[in-house]
Design a protein around this ligand. Structure first.
Ligand code: G6P
Length: 367
């Protein structure tokens, strides 16, 4: 094989470990560190007339898009429509002229996403694509090509492409916000500084690999696992559940923490581990109160938070995973690492084919 696994047992693990470097590499095209400005690969591309953004993708790329929806709305105050490509294409979506249609894809070849792109083109949308393969079909058909520089991703379950997509999308949100005049003085500088901290924070997250491996047994024996998060950690919960399903074949669901009381709480007992993704920040207390509802019903909680969060709420958890304390903007990138590593170690414990899980393909070219 052309690309080696290096010292790693699987491509997936190698790709998880590459994240600090490839995210830094990706950010280089989107941040002007000296000027403390965000930029685009086509700096003159004018985003000021964008009235609406439609985000479409599949799988892990869709969850990156879901995080981006929070950012575009929060920073740029632009309404965002978001859908999986296989639904978008067939639901007669309304796209007013002047909209930006944004497609996110590692491969740039996923058939549903490509079909959705062509549909948006026929509806007079400006086409932006976030892709990892710069020679792909989607890259060729874009008006605004936003490459991720993750390098080739071999593991079927996407890891480093996801965090690189998040890096690009955060920068795009900031570019859009500036173009729309929505950034407060100093805000662009702060965004650049926070994003520039992501590679070191990803390294900090990787330092907990052994601790995650040591607690993977809590999950490996389970038949069902629930992941909870709020805000941009909600898509992370969905991504965590997807990773676990993909490579360990354990049934897992991601849920918005506040929505748990409307159904999934009925599933809670001592046999269902609940992974709570809750960095310190404005939503922490709310998530913790949802977590306590789980604990009150005998649920076994694994809390992923930073030191302060674990000090405040880790007491009755069966396990805790400590992350570096980071600004909420980069938390989705940093918290991707423990959910990836947890899925990885559970899969290894179960002896599955981590890089080539059954029934899954790296790039899905059928609709
Ligand atoms: C497949 C892969 C996933 C990926 C999804 C979307 O299902 O197994 O890892 O997230 O396709 O792929 P794309 O290349 O469009 O990001």
């Amino acid at each position: 094989e052309l690309i080696s696994k290096g010292n790693h047992r699987h491509y997936m693990l190698k790709e998880i470990y590459e994240q600090p470097i490839v995210v830094a590499q990706t950010l280089r095209s989107y941040l002007q560190r000296m000027e403390e400005r965000v930029t685009l690969p086509i700096p003159e591309f004018d985003l000021s007339s964008i009235k609406r953004v439609t985000i479409v993708a599949c799988g892990t790329s869709f969850y990156a898009g879901m995080v981006a929806k929070y950012w575009f709305e929060q920073f740029a105050r632009v309404p965002v429509d978001l859908d999986v490509a296989s639904e978008f294409r067939y639901r007669a979506p309304v796209m007013e002229p002047g909209g930006l249609a944004l497609f996110i894809s590692q491969s740039g070849e996923t058939a549903d996403t490509l079909a959705a792109l062509r549909h948006a083109r026929s509806e007079a949308q400006t086409i932006a694509v976030v892709v990892n393969v710069p020679t792909s079909s989607m890259a060729r058909e874009a008006d605004l090509l936003l490459p991720t520089h993750a390098g080739p991703e071999i593991g079927v379950a996407s890891t480093k492409a996801f965090t690189c997509q998040l890096a690009v999308l955060a920068a795009l949100a900031a570019n859009l916000a500036r173009a729309k005049g929505k950034l407060k003085p100093g805000e662009e500088r702060d965004i650049v500084r926070h994003l520039a901290e992501a590679p070191a924070a990803l390294n900090g997250a990787l330092a907990y690999d052994e601790a995650i491996q040591a607690m993977a047994g809590v999950v490996a024996g389970a038949r069902d696992v629930l992941y909870l998060g709020r805000g941009t950690d909600y898509p992370l919960a969905l991504e965590g559940a997807l990773k676990l399903k993909e490579i360990s074949y354990i049934h897992a669901e991601g849920y918005a923490a506040g929505e748990m009381k409307h159904g999934p709480i009925a599933l809670i007992d001592e046999n269902v581990p609940v992974i709570v993704i809750a960095p310190s920040g404005p939503l922490f207390d709310k998530t913790v109160s949802n977590m306590q509802e789980v604990q009150a019903r005998g649920g076994k909680v694994v809390l992923i938070s930073d030191y302060d969060g674990i000090q405040a709420a880790g007491e009755n958890c069966v396990a805790t995973i400590t992350m570096p304390k980071v600004h909420p903007l980069i938390a989705p990138l940093v918290y991707a690492v423990p959910v990836q590593l947890l899925a990885y170690h559970v899969a290894v414990a179960k002896g599955t084919d981590v890089d080539q899980p059954r029934n899954l393909a790296k790039s899905v070219t059928v609709e």
